[in-house]
Design a protein. Structure first.
Length: 256
C-alpha cells in the first residue's frame, strides 16, 4: 500500500516523553471530534478490526452514547490506538498529520468497534448536523515502532480486552489435526491450546503455547507460497492473518 499522510484538527495534543523513547518509540495523545476522523483510517486497519459485528450490547451502548450523551463520550470510551511512521503537530492550525507507510505494521490496532460505530453514525448525520455535532474521542498514536516482533506484542496485548471473537481460529476445526498429530508425544504437547479459552482451565495448569504462534512459524517454511520479492510478513504481523493464510493453504492441499 502506498504511503499515506492523514490530517485532521484536534482540540488537544500531547507527547508523552520518557527516557526509553529513543529505544522503543514515541507516544502521542490527542483528542478530536468524531466528525473529523470518521473513515480516515478505513484503509489502515488491522484485518481483525474490519467489518466487525456491531450489534452486540457493548456496541449498541457506544452508539447510544453518541446519540444521547455525546459530551460524555470521551469519558466513557477508551478511544483508538494507532501505530504510525510519523506524527507532526501544527500548533498554529491545531491540526495533526499522521504518516503511515507499511500496511503490515501501521494503522488502527485497537478500538475497531468504536471506530466503525462512530464512522457509521457520522454518515447518518445530515450535512448541517455534521457541522454542529460534537463528540470527542481520544487517540493514542505510537510512532516509530517498526520492529516486527515488538509490533506484534503490542497488537496482541492491546487487543486482549477487545470483544472480538477470532472467527478464523474457530473455523479451523479439524484442520489442525495434522499439526496435532505431528506434535503428539512431544514434551510440550500438553502446553498447546488449539481454541480460544482453552489456555485456562479450572483443574489444570495454564497452557502457554498458542497454536497460532506455531502456525506463524510454519508459514516461514512455505517456500512455494512466497518468493524473494514476496516475504511471509504475515507470519509476524498478525496472528489472524497467519491463521487465515493457513486455512487457505489447507484448502489448496498445500499442507502435508
Amino acid at each position: 500500500m502506498q504511503s499515506t499522510t492523514i490530517r485532521f484538527p484536534v482540540v488537544n495534543f500531547k507527547r508523552l516523553q520518557t527516557d526509553s523513547d529513543d529505544e522503543h518509540g514515541r507516544i502521542y495523545l490527542m483528542i478530536a471530534n468524531i466528525t473529523d476522523i470518521a473513515h480516515k483510517f478505513d484503509e489502515w486497519r488491522e484485518a481483525s478490526l474490519r467489518d466487525l459485528d456491531v450489534t452486540s450490547a457493548p456496541a449498541s451502548a457506544i452508539r447510544q452514547t453518541l446519540i444521547d450523551e455525546p459530551a460524555e463520550f470521551r469519558y466513557r470510551n477508551r478511544g483508538l490506538t494507532l501505530l504510525a511512521q510519523g506524527v507532526t503537530y501544527d500548533n498554529v492550525k491545531k491540526a495533526v498529520a499522521i504518516d503511515f507507510s507499511n500496511s503490515s505494521i501501521h494503522g488502527l490496532i485497537d478500538g475497531g468497534h468504536t471506530y466503525q460505530i462512530l464512522s457509521s453514525y457520522v454518515d447518518e448525520l445530515s450535512d448541517d448536523n455534521q457541522k454542529s455535532y460534537v463528540a470527542y474521542v481520544c487517540l493514542e498514536v505510537l510512532e516509530g515502532i517498526n520492529e516486527p516482533d515488538f509490533v506484534r506484542k503490542i497488537v496482541d496485548a492491546r487487543n486482549t480486552a477487545l470483544p472480538v471473537t477470532d472467527q478464523s481460529l474457530d473455523g479451523l476445526t479439524g484442520r489442525l489435526d495434522i499439526i496435532e498429530n505431528v506434535l503428539s508425544g512431544q514434551l510440550y504437547e500438553d502446553n498447546i491450546y488449539y481454541q480460544q479459552g482453552d489456555e485456562q482451565s479450572w483443574n489444570a495448569e495454564p497452557k502457554n503455547i498458542d497454536i497460532r504462534d506455531i502456525i506463524s512459524y510454519l508459514i516461514c517454511f512455505d517456500a512455494a507460497g512466497f518468493t524473494n520479492d514476496a516475504h511471509p510478513i504475515i507470519a509476524y504481523s498478525s496472528k489472524q492473518k497467519a491463521v487465515e493464510y493457513y486455512a487457505k493453504r489447507y484448502e489448496e492441499d498445500a499442507i502435508q
